[in-house]
Design a protein around this ligand. Structure first.
Ligand SMILES: CC(=O)N[C@H]1[C@@H](OP(=O)(O)OP(=O)(O)OC[C@H]2O[C@@H](n3ccc(=O)[nH]c3=O)[C@H](O)[C@@H]2O)O[C@H](CO)[C@@H](O)[C@@H]1O[C@H](C)C(=O)N[C@@H](C)C(=O)N[C@H](CCC(=O)O)C(=O)O
Ligand SMILES: Nc1ncnc2c1ncn2[C@@H]1O[C@H](COP(=O)(O)OP(=O)(O)OP(=O)(O)O)[C@@H](O)[C@H]1O
Length: 485
């Protein structure tokens, strides 16, 4: 592709030729080859403008920069912001794949992943092939490309969008993190729908946001990039989030002022199913809609998903089936077992997440709430005491085992967890081998128990002494049921 075609959407000045053939677009100098276009970025640790000369020596045909650089004979494209430039160049490089699909973006402090999967579940039930890009990875059906970030770098996003369009996806749902929005990872994409789930203090400090105001300002950006904003009006911050919006607005919530309203929600518990049931009114009139994810907040996530899906050719039955059967990999994910108890896999690996999940599950009044977990090695010790305290307080039985112990001895980690549990008088057993701990939970399950395997979620490995061993808890459960373990 010619440099001129790649940069035509940018506000730029160029020294050097623009009729050069570009062989690749890269933003890491170590990957530059002959004919590459190298984009200099100001990162949190490194300002890669310093590598422009090295990139030119390695054969880069052109360099994109936001300040003067030493670039040998390469053409230099000067832009005000190289991250914005990278998003626009990447979109051009991959042939504007977002234009070939209906694009949904989800922002908010909590619920982004869950709403994405709910939208996908409803659309795919209606036969609309849907890709997802978010915390779990770039996903089509069972295929997952793991991502480092909830909202990956713009180049990666555009490459996943190309993959999805080429695979015949008609829609794509993307988690739009505030950091991703701030860093122009989503720039150049015209979202058909932008969703706001909720807003609470999070991601402040360190490399993230300087304060709450900046966090909100970044979330706001989505509603200047989409055609229709779908807004939770029960969240007290909603008007701050849509300030300066350029999209049409649609609303959901329990509030009678919302356009899509939930009513009469109740918790539902039956074998292998923990969820919520509610009625929909306002734009729809459905009674007894069930969502297969526990917690009252599932109603909000479902409302957001339904509000989006109403814009697609979906039937009432598609909505009902999609919500009832939705599964989010590793997030209170039910695993089928023959016994009369419920087995869940969840990602909770700190005290707050553990409290959230255990309090949510307590509301279902299980016979016993059993929590199996460990804690990561080479990480803050306080986390272990706190997790021990939460599980000791909220679970009827804690099964202590290994997580990613890394370089530490698993028994030392468990000793710290026990210190926390001992404060509460909660019951526990210690089974350091994680597979054996799962087996113990299943073999000792009682009718009506809810058992949560906490910590691994969607991960499929266990890291011990520098080695990542394969461990997928779904496979472990299957092996136990098949008598292989
Ligand atoms: C603070 C931050 O946003 N960091 C992200 C950033 O890394 P960085 O700024 O540290 O990069 P850097 O090391 O300074 O390098 C800058 C540039 O120099 C280049 N380089 C470096 C060395 C060299 O020899 N040559 C060279 O060209 C690098 O390729 C890079 O382009 O760019 C990386 C690649 O795109 C990201 O993976 C990384 O996210 C880190 C992992 C991270 O934790 N980010 C968090 C803050 C984040 O983005 N979180 C959000 C929100 C999550 C949520 O809401 O739940 C997310 O979307 O994930
Ligand atoms: N609408 C909601 N309101 C409050 N809590 C929620 C909501 N949805 C999910 N949660 C809780 O937050 C946890 C994370 O949910 P989810 O992964 O969908 O959110 P996320 O926005 O993608 O979060 P993260 O950025 O932390 O990955 C869930 O396990 C659940 O406990």
């Amino acid at each position: 592709m010619l440099l001129a075609d790649l940069i035509r959407d940018l506000d730029f000045t160029c020294s050097g030729r623009t009729d050069l053939e570009i062989t690749d677009v890269v933003y890491d100098s170590r990957q530059v080859k002959r004919g590459s276009l190298f984009i200099c970025l100001c990162g949190s640790a490194v300002d890669s403008h310093q590598f422009a000369g090295t990139a030119a020596k390695a054969g880069a045909a052109a360099i994109v920069a936001q300040r003067p650089v030493e670039a040998g004979g390469a053409s230099v494209v000067m832009v005000p912001d190289t991250r914005l430039a990278m998003a626009l160049i990447s979109a051009a490089w991959f042939g504007y794949p977002a234009r070939e699909m209906t694009v949904v973006g989800i922002t908010g402090t909590k619920g982004k992943t869950t709403v994405s999967y709910m939208v996908r579940s409803i659309l795919e039930t209606a036969g609309i092939k849907t890709g997802v890009i978010g915390t779990i990875g770039a996903v089509i059906g069972d295929r997952v490309i793991k991502t480092d970030n909830t909202t990956p770098e713009s180049y990666e996003i555009q490459s996943y969008l190309r993959w999805m369009a080429d695979e015949g996806c008609k829609a794509v749902v993307m988690e739009a993190s505030s950091i991703g929005l701030r860093g122009h990872r989503l720039s150049g994409i015209r979202f058909d729908y932008g969703v706001f789930t909720n807003f609470s203090p999070d991601h402040i400090g360190g490399n993230e946001h300087k304060d709450l105001a900046e966090y909100m300002a970044c979330k706001r950006l989505l509603f200047r990039m989409c055609k229709i904003g779908v807004i939770n009006v029960d969240d007290e911050n909603w008007s701050g989030i849509v300030e300066g919006h350029t999209c049409a607005l649609e609303t959901f919530g329990f509030s009678p002022k919302a356009e899509l309203i939930a009513e009469k929600e109740e918790l539902v518990s039956r074998k292998g199913f923990l969820g919520v049931r509610f009625n929909l009114s306002g734009r729809l009139n459905f009674s007894g809609v069930e969502v297969g994810i526990p917690g009252r907040f599932s109603v909000y996530n479902a409302l957001a998903a339904v509000a989006v899906c109403l814009h697609f050719p979906v039937t009432e039955q598609n909505i009902r089936d999609g919500l009832e059967n939705v599964k989010v990999c590793g997030r209170v994910e039910p695993v089928k077992v023959p016994g009369n108890y419920t087995l869940l896999i969840d990602y909770a690996h700190n005290a707050l997440a553990m409290r959230n999940i255990l309090e949510t599950l307590r509301e279902y009044h299980p016979k016993r709430l059993v929590c199996m977990f460990g804690a990561g090695g080479n990480r803050a010790r306080s986390r272990r005491f706190e997790m021990g305290e939460e599980s000791g307080r909220l679970a009827d039985l804690s099964v202590l085992t290994a997580d990613n112990s890394r370089d530490e001895d698993v028994m030392d980690i468990i000793a710290d967890i026990r210190t926390g549990i001992d404060k509460t008088g909660g019951k526990y057993v210690v089974i350091p081998d994680r597979k054996q701990a799962i087996k113990y939970c299943m073999e000792n399950a009682q009718d009506g128990d809810v058992i949560v395997l906490a910590g691994k979620g969607h991960e499929d490995y266990q890291e011990i002494k520098g080695v990542k061993y394969h461990l997928d808890e779904r496979e472990v459960v299957a092996d136990i049921l098949n008598g292989k373990l």
